[in-house]
Design a protein around this ligand. Structure first.
Ligand code: FAD
Length: 324
């Protein structure tokens, strides 16, 4: 019996969050005496697929069909169901991200399986199959017991640190019989963000709010981000005003991120904003108002004007790097 893990790649490159999902599946497999089979779709080199072995996959099923280079939720579901049947898998792991959310619930419906979206822990098998997840925009936790025979878990990315092992995976091509309906949606164009650190994967994020006053001051955020090797993000009013692109907006209605370090500059800390960032391991707030609500959620705070604090912080990071 296998634990199946759905692995995504970005133009042939596997990102860190997928190694985390494989490692998570491996942790469950060890508890249940199962093996781990990863499923990967579309055009990707074997040398890249082999990396999954170091995170606990014993086998990788590769559906080598270039129509799967773009997200086709129905075709992805068909491919995963084929793999699940082949491996007689009862536990399926996917990420709680855009692709995972498009595919995992479809798989769960087809298999009449219970599903937990946004898992934050390994299942506690002494209490059944109990998993903790965040609810109400991260303000509370729910403990969900999956009682169905087949179980689908969508792991919240950036929940566990990943560690490499010496493990190796074998790669098998998996033939899949797709139907016409599987490719019923035609993707006309894909616009990808390039040349920046990807926000969803970033370990460090520098984020700006309305306190930055306008897009002309954003170089201050970008300078600090560049020195740190961080991604940039923003609050919703900032993207609504077109100071920054919408993919940078984090919060209840934007992206959810869980970086190691989140530096919030000129952001008040409204609950709708916190909903997207309160899983960050360390939060640093820079705000000139000592009463700003964000300070309550911060590990470190700087009370001061962003226009003065940011250049000094960037200089300090530069100096620190020079003397390292
Ligand atoms: C249904 C709904 C969903 C929402 N979803 C989101 C969401 O997903 N993401 C999100 O961000 N918001 C969301 N909002 C909006 C949210 O409620 C807040 O209005 C928003 O987060 C405020 O953005 P801000 O902190 O950038 O701006 P402001 O509230 O205007 O705060 C600006 C901050 O900058 C500080 N400041 C000003 N000048 C300086 C300076 N020179 N130096 C340092 N600090 C300075 C101020 O003291 C203040 O704290 C949502 C709202 C609703 C109703």
């Amino acid at each position: 019996m296998s634990v199946i893990v759905f692995v995504e790649h970005d133009g042939g490159v596997i990102k860190k969050k997928n190694f985390e999902a494989v490692q998570y599946a491996s942790g469950i497999a060890q508890k249940t005496g199962a093996t781990v089979t990863a499923v990967i779709l579309g055009t990707i080199a074997d040398a890249e697929i082999e990396k999954l072995g170091a995170y606990g996959a014993q086998k990788v099923l590769h559906v080598d069909d270039n129509r799967l280079d773009e997200l086709h939720p129905r075709a992805y579901t068909t491919a995963l169901l084929t793999a699940i049947e082949k491996e007689d898998a009862k536990i399926i792991v996917a990420l709680n991200d855009i692709n995972g959310r498009a595919v995992a619930p479809r798989v769960a419906v087809k298999l009449k399986a219970g599903l937990v979206a946004g898992a934050l822990t390994y299942p506690d098998m002494e209490k059944g199959f109990l998993i903790k997840k965040a609810v109400y925009s991260g303000k509370a936790f729910a403990y969900v017991n999956i009682t169905s025979d087949t179980k689908v878990i969508m792991l919240m990315p950036n929940t566990f640190p990943v560690a490499k092992t010496e493990g190796k995976a074998t790669i098998e091509k998996l033939p899949v019989n797709f139907g016409d309906k599987d490719f019923g949606i035609k993707v006309k164009e894909v616009s990808k963000v390039t040349g920046e650190v990807s926000l969803s994967d970033a370990a460090l994020v520098v984020s700006g709010g309305r306190g930055m006053k306008g897009p002309e001051n954003w170089y201050l955020i970008e300078d600090l981000a560049k020195e740190l090797g961080a991604a940039t993000a923003c609050s919703r009013p900032v993207s609504d005003a077109d100071w920054r692109p919408h993919h940078e907006h984090v919060g209840q209605t934007g992206g959810t991120i869980r970086p190691d370090l989140y530096i919030a500059v000129g952001i008040s800390g409204a609950i709708q904003h916190l909903a997207g960032v309160n899983g960050s391991k360390t939060i640093v707030v820079i705000n000139r108002d000592p009463e700003a609500p964000f300070f309550k959620a911060a590990n470190y705070g700087v009370i001061g004007d962003a226009m003065e604090v940011l250049p000094r912080l960037t200089e300090a990071v530069k100096k620190f790097k020079l003397h390292k």
